[in-house]
Every structure is written in structure tokens, then in C-alpha cells.
Design a protein around this ligand. Structure first.
Ligand SMILES: NC(=O)c1ccc[n+]([C@@H]2O[C@H](COP(=O)([O-])OP(=O)(O)OC[C@H]3O[C@@H](n4cnc5c(N)ncnc54)[C@H](O)[C@@H]3O)[C@@H](O)[C@H]2O)c1
Length: 274
């Protein structure tokens, strides 16, 4: 590395957590209406990125767009109501974003559903639904965006896995299996598309305070105090703590990170005592 380049790189790092290279980037976010997807939309808007937002729920998507425009009046954003597990709708939305913005720089492949159920009671339909949204949906979106990224010679894809793609939990056969599949898909795409300038990584959160977790708590399937006690940091994560990881991985600061599964779980999966 020449001195000039080294100095420039150090100057950027010295800016301390700012992500200037994300300004103007076109970011396609799935499941953007709520939770982690919405937090990522706000984080990228704060970096002056342009947003293509997709969600299956029109009311959530509308509210998300309103909150973004309220916080960032100059933000450029477009929305698409679609299910990630509808291949044709995904292709239409991604092509629409490409046409609207001229390119897609970053895909945050975030939409996903939980599926907690004792395995002997898990219906085939529930298994298929988890696989359809969490695996097929991630594949359709990665392929649709990947076509444009490979063609343009650059891009970043972040797939949303889970710590449960790496460590197991009872009564989550479909969820754990689907998130492990996302982790492996991430690695395959990373090595296949690296030569085209496309980096592919996954984020593997632990328990994060979103509707997905709230719903399980309300249904009596999770005890938030027990979850906090089991987490070495002693609490659940906040959506913004996943969003800042996404900023880093999508930015040039992470330019040599490819095929990585980045765990953000407060130490949960490192902990094996009792
Ligand atoms: N919250 C956690 O503790 C946690 C932990 C690990 C991984 N994750 C993963 O993070 C991602 C986001 O989770 P969250 O907690 O923000 O969930 P959430 O339920 O709060 O939000 C998910 C969003 O995705 C949308 N969505 C659901 N199905 C869709 C579909 N088929 N097509 C398009 N949009 C759809 C929903 O309408 C919603 O707006 C998921 O992939 C989830 O598995 C979450």
C-alpha cells in the first residue's frame, strides 16, 4: 500500500464510525417495515443513502416511509409491497428499483419469520412456510439483485441469518435449519461473486427487541428475563445495534470481509456453561 493510500485509509478510519462512502448508495432493504429492517433503513438514511424498501405489509411500509421522511426530509426513497417468497414479485421490485435509481449497490436481505413449535407438532405447512420465506426469499432477492451487481461489477449483500443458524435450540427445527441455510448460501455466493466485485456476508443476531420477539413473549413462548440472564451482556439487543453492524459491513471499512457470518448476540453463542 502506498503512503498516500495508507494515509487516506487512516484518515477515513479516524472519522470514528462515520460511513461517508455510503452517501448516495442505493440500498434495497427487505422486511423494511419493522424491527431490524426499519432500523437499518434509518441508519442508512442517516448516511445519505438512497432507499428501496420492500415489505409484505403495506401499512407497515407506509408508516416506515413516513417515519423516514419525518427524520430525513431529503431522503430519496421508493417502496414496493411484495412477499420475498414470491419470485416474480421480487424480480419486478428489484428491476423497478434498478430502473428508478439506475443501480443497486447494497442488498439488505432481511425479511424473515420465526417458527417456534415442538418438532413433533410442526406441520409440514409450517416447515415449508419457514423455508419459503427464510431461505427461498433470501435466494430470490440475492439472485435478482446479484444479476445487476455482477453486471455493474460491484455490490454488497448482507443476508440476515441468526445465531440460531450456528447454535441449536429445541422447538426451532425449521427456524434453525432455515438460518443455517442462509449462512451457507452466503458463503457460496461470496466465493462465486467475489471475482465480480460483489461481497456477500451474513449477520447473525441473538435476541433483539422487535415484534418478532415480542410476539413470542406475549404468546408465552419466551421469558424475557430468562433470555437476559442467559445473555452474558445481561440484556436483549436493540435493532440499532444490528443496524450499525450492517453499516460497517456494507461500507468500505469492511472491504476485505467476504463470506463472513457476523454474530451480534451479546455473547450468547460463546457461552456454554450450565
Ligand atoms: N429479532 C430477533 O431477535 C432476531 C434474531 C435473529 C435473527 N433475526 C432475523 O432478523 C430479521 C428481521 O427480524 P425482526 O425481528 O426485525 O422481525 P419483525 O417481525 O420485527 O420484522 C420483519 C418484517 O419483515 C416483513 N415480512 C415478513 N414476511 C415477509 C415476506 N414474506 N416478504 C416481505 N416482508 C416480510 C414483516 O412485515 C416485517 O415488517 C429476520 O430475518 C429474523 O429472522 C431476528
Amino acid at each position: 500500500m502506498s503512503d498516500t493510500i495508507a494515509a487516506e485509509a487512516l484518515a477515513r478510519l479516524a472519522q470514528g464510525g462515520s460511513f461517508h462512502d455510503l452517501a448516495g448508495k442505493v440500498v434495497f432493504i427487505t422486511g423494511a417495515g419493522n424491527g431490524i429492517g426499519l432500523a437499518m433503513a434509518h441508519a442508512f438514511a442517516a448516511c445519505d443513502a438512497r432507499l428501496a424498501l420492500l415489505d409484505i405489509d403495506p401499512a407497515r411500509l407506509r408508516a416506515a416511509a413516513e417515519s423516514l421522511l419525518a427524520g430525513f426530509p431529503d431522503v430519496q426513497l421508493r417502496t414496493w409491497v411484495a412477499a420475498v417468497n414470491d419470485e416474480a414479485a421480487v424480480n419486478e421490485a428489484v428491476s423497478g428499483a434498478q430502473a428508478a435509481f439506475g443501480r443497486i449497490d447494497i442488498l439488505l436481505n432481511n425479511a424473515g419469520i420465526s417458527m417456534n413449535c415442538p418438532t413433533l407438532a410442526l406441520a409440514g405447512e409450517q416447515w415449508r412456510q419457514a423455508m419459503d420465506v427464510n431461505v427461498n426469499g433470501v435466494f430470490y432477492c440475492a439472485q435478482a439483485a446479484g444479476r445487476f451487481m455482477v453486471e455493474q461489477g460491484h455490490g454488497v449483500i448482507l443476508n440476515m441469518s441468526s445465531m440460531y443458524g450456528t447454535v441449536a435450540a429445541p422447538e426451532r427445527a425449521a427456524y434453525c435449519t432455515s438460518k443455517a441455510a442462509v449462512a451457507m448460501l452466503t458463503k457460496v455466493l461470496a466465493i462465486e461473486w467475489a471475482k465480480h466485485g460483489v461481497r456477500v456476508n451474513a449477520i447473525a443476531p441473538g435476541y433483539v427487541k422487535t415484534a418478532l420477539v415480542d410476539d413470542l413473549i406475549k404468546a408465552g413462548r419466551m421469558d424475557p428475563d430468562a433470555l437476559a440472564r442467559r445473555t452474558p451482556l445481561g440484556r436483549l439487543g436493540e435493532p440499532r445495534e444490528i443496524a450499525t453492524l450492517a453499516l460497517f459491513l456494507a461500507s468500505d471499512h469492511a472491504s476485505f470481509i467476504n463470506g463472513h457470518i457476523a454474530v451480534a448476540d451479546g455473547g450468547w453463542s460463546a457461552y456454554s456453561y450450565i
